[in-house]
Design a protein around this ligand. Sequence first.
Ligand SMILES: Cc1cc2nc3c(=O)[nH]c(=O)nc-3n(C[C@H](O)[C@H](O)[C@H](O)COP(=O)(O)O)c2cc1C
Length: 218
Amino acid sequence: MTQFLLSRLALHLSRTSSLEGVTATRAIKVLGLGGSLRDGSQSERALRTALAGAEEAGATTTAVTGQQLVLPFYDAGVEERTAEAVRLVEAIREADGVIIVSPGYHGTVTGLVKNALDYVEDLREDTRPYLHGRAVGLIAVAHGWQAAVTTLDQMRTVAHALRGWPTPMGGAVNSAEVKFDSSGGASDEKVANNLRLIGRQVAEFGLAQASAEFPASR
Ligand SMILES: Cc1cc2nc3c(=O)[nH]c(=O)nc-3n(C[C@H](O)[C@H](O)[C@H](O)COP(=O)(O)O)c2cc1C
């Protein structure tokens, strides 16, 4: 029995030490997805802030935003995909973690962002199906608290349905009260810090998963 407990402790410590250094044998990849098509999109700027948090934690980041999200309505009945859709699906496939940001439109996720998320269906046959094993940082940006909160809640539901792991911190941003500028700053530093923390949590979960090397399950 003592031998068993010691071996469990040794396993725990080996995993803990790989987390403490926040270093992995390979870089953790965090993909940012979302925003709107508007010039100066506040939700895209919120996404960039969260990605900066992931980078501060040592992750490499990429983003799929704006026109890159303009895809045909997802059609499960056809196999052809546009080049942009293939790029999106490949980016999600390669990611260790994802940050998704949506404006709140009429109290919920925009069609633009939801349609992009529908393409995760193309990962259903993968060894890591859907968002399996990936942390998902979720941020909703709306011109009032009610839609910010309801949109965030619905994004969590979608992330769970896609088998992702929503991070403990989520972002409900009221764009009537905080403004993001084009250089990564925000009029309320507390909000920016919260978004960076979401990015950090996505990167840290990715690192923990990569260190643990769980066998893939379907
Ligand atoms: C079609 C549409 C619907 C919207 N619906 C809501 C809403 O229900 N509640 C709300 O607070 N804001 C609503 N907004 C405001 C946006 O959520 C808000 O301006 C957000 O910051 C836009 O993000 P963006 O700057 O990235 O485009 C709506 C905006 C549009 C264009």
